[in-house]
Ligand binder design. Structure first.
Ligand SMILES: [Zn+2]
Length: 317
């Protein structure tokens, strides 16, 4: 049986604490790296200490995706130890490339404007969405893709699980039926989908369509225990996945009910569905509704038409 240990690190995010894992393969491997706070740093060091380890014993790192609650301490760790880092091929660009950050700003500005936000609001929100502290000392040693065996963990393969982000990977051990799934599946929590800007010249992803396919993909492997990026260990992956799919269908039905009152811009859909909640979280809701609309358009239940640069959505009778 694979030896795996979990360290839970506090965050200041609404989702609560984040889990990082230690895998004892041919090399001691850290999976993910919490948030960049002194508290999380202290908790990571204390967690390692309890296992009889220190930061210096970590021999390699795998990152499940580039979100701040999974890469936060990477910079501080890499300042102390120089070890290989493995991640999806997009991760380094998302974390490090200033041109991508600028491109992302333009992409979201257009997306938000087409969704019905004013020019000024689209510019301000897209700036906030794209801006990040670049992680200058990260060098992804090897990019991991679907089916790759993880270096020094010969029993572990990569399963690409895009949806929550466009660089999301999970780790699977067939022999012991273990899945380490990052934020792909979280017990009892609706997993949000965060659209990432495509690279110049490429089309944007449809994260909900990817996400549903990748949820089903994970059910096609035998899994006895799933270690998630947040919350408790999962012993019944199928019921957790089905609950997530049911929540998605419920939201899609609510969206269709909103459109049954007539044609609407994306912003009008949000105002109708979340009248008291949307203002401070507008980007989160835009991404949620965009991905639901992708699904309903794919199913031929909704049609989008552009008028004066802004999309109008209506139900197909
Ligand atoms: Zn997370």
């Amino acid at each position: 049986m694979q030896k795996i240990e979990k360290i839970t690190l506090s965050t200041n995010f609404p989702i609560g604490p984040v889990n990082v894992y230690l895998l004892y393969g041919k090399k001691i491997t850290l999976i993910d790296a919490g948030v960049k706070t002194k508290q999380a740093w202290k908790e990571l060091n204390e967690g390692l200490h309890k296992m009889g380890l220190t930061i210096f014993e970590i021999e390699q790192i795998v990152i499940t995706h580039h979100h701040d609650d999974h890469i936060g301490l990477l910079e501080w760790i890499l300042e102390i130890i120089s070890v290989p880092v493995y991640a999806h091929k997009n991760t380094q660009t998302y974390l490090q490339d200033e041109d991508y950050m600028y491109w992302s700003h333009i992409f979201f500005k257009n997306l938000l404007y087409e969704f019905g936000l004013s020019n000024k609001a689209a510019r301000e929100w897209s700036f906030l969405k794209s801006k990040r502290e670049l992680l200058t000392n990260l060098r992804v040693t090897k990019e991991l893709k679907e089916g790759d065996v993880i270096p020094n963990l010969p029993e572990w393969r990569i399963i690409e699980t895009q949806g929550h982000s466009q660089d999301h990977i999970s780790l699977y051990c067939a022999k012991d039926r273990i899945l380490i799934c990052g934020d792909h599946v979280i017990d009892d929590i609706h997993v949000g989908l965060f659209l990432d800007a495509p690279f110049p010249g490429e089309k944007r992803a449809k994260p909900l369509l990817q996400y549903i396919n990748n949820l089903k993909k994970c059910l096609s492997f035998p899994v006895e225990i799933t270690y998630s990026g947040h919350g408790t260990d999962i012993y019944d992956l199928e019921s957790i996945v089905n609950a997530q799919l049911r929540r998605t269908e419920k939201r899609a039905t609510r969206l269709k009910n909103t459109l049954s009152k007539g044609e609407k811009t994306g912003l009008d859909i949000i105002k109708d569905m979340y009248p008291d909640r949307y203002e401070n979280l507008i980007v989160t809701f835009v991404l949620e509704i965009t991905s639901l609309l992708d699904l309903l358009i794919e199913r031929n239940e909704v049609i989008a038409k552009k008028r004066n640069g802004i999309y109008l959505y209506r139900l197909i009778e």
